[in-house]
Design a protein around this ligand. Structure first.
Ligand SMILES: NC(=O)c1ccc[n+]([C@@H]2O[C@H](COP(=O)([O-])OP(=O)(O)OC[C@H]3O[C@@H](n4cnc5c(N)ncnc54)[C@H](OP(=O)(O)O)[C@@H]3O)[C@@H](O)[C@H]2O)c1
Length: 234
């Protein structure tokens, strides 16, 4: 399968890139800034193609689209992984700094739609017809327990809505969509106290993605799941 993963230079995106390569897939790994780790695996795997792309910049997405079109002509699986957590210390309501809000919404919720818009023609040519967004339990409104961390949670709830609408639009064409919460993962975003190593999380997320790709269809109730396949509340 031809797979495109955004934000592949570190964290879960890098581990997912490895997981797909180890199973013999062709991976188009997009990055905003390259990393030694990604360059190292490029040396190891000829099925890895690195694609520069800041997902908030539509001109860069268009360049990435052309590169994928020339190199592959079709895409089977698109994984929206790149995201930001800019409100690091989760200030209480009185201390919110709104300068991070629009960049958070732009990267986490709007950019995946922009990337989908540009890669959809290639996905329509592929046989996999699978679009996955790495979401978070933090985007669940029904099971929200936090009393802060507004911007990240709001951005993941908005991502969920965008993917839900895309599901309505694309399922009739045979597309399968999924929103996957990867668990609490030891990355720059998750921190070192997190429960899962990036490779352990990526292995489970890989399995959920391949199940999605192999499913005849995905119903709206099955769209939002965690890394073990448990359904999450919207
Ligand atoms: N870690 C967790 O516990 C956890 C829990 C739930 C959900 N998630 C989700 O899992 C996914 C991966 O997170 P992670 O933990 O691996 O985070 P991370 O270590 O902070 O990595 C984030 C990745 O996103 C990329 N990125 C951010 N903005 C970008 C942009 N404008 N264009 C291109 N790439 C961009 C980063 O690239 P740069 O190096 O260029 O910044 C980096 O590769 C995210 O969607 C996150 O919300 C993580």
């Amino acid at each position: 399968m031809n797979v495109c993963i955004t934000g592949a230079n570190r964290g879960l995106g890098l581990a997912l890139t490895r997981a797909f390569l180890e199973q013999g897939h062709q991976v188009f790994a997009t990055y905003r800034q390259n990393s030694k780790a990604l360059l190292d695996i490029e040396q190891q795997w000829k099925q890895l193609i690195l694609v520069p792309c800041d997902i908030t910049d539509e001109a860069q997405i268009h360049k990435a689209e052309l590169m994928l079109k020339n190199q592959a002509g079709a895409l089977d699986i698109l994984v929206h992984n790149a995201a930001v957590l800019l409100e690091r210390d989760s200030p209480d309501i009185e201390a919110l700094d709104f300068s991070v809000y629009l960049p958070t919404l732009q990267t986490n919720a709007v950019a995946p739609l922009m990337v989908t818009k540009h890669l959809l023609p290639l996905l329509r040519h592929g046989s996999g017809k699978t679009i996955v967004a790495i979401s978070s339990e933090a985007g669940s409104i029904g099971s929200c327990w936090r009393d802060r961390a507004y911007s990240y949670c709001m951005s993941k709830a908005a991502l969920n809505m965008g993917m839900r609408i895309l599901h309505n639009r694309l399922a009739p064409e045979g597309f399968r969509l999924r929103l996957i919460h990867p668990g609490w993962v030891q990355t720059d975003m998750g921190g070192s106290n997190a429960e899962l190593t990036p490779m352990a999380a990526a292995q489970d997320v890989y399995e959920r993605i391949m199940e999605t790709c192999g499913a005849p269809s995905v119903s709206p109730e099955e769209l939002y799941i965690d890394w073990k396949g448990q359904f999450l509340q919207w």
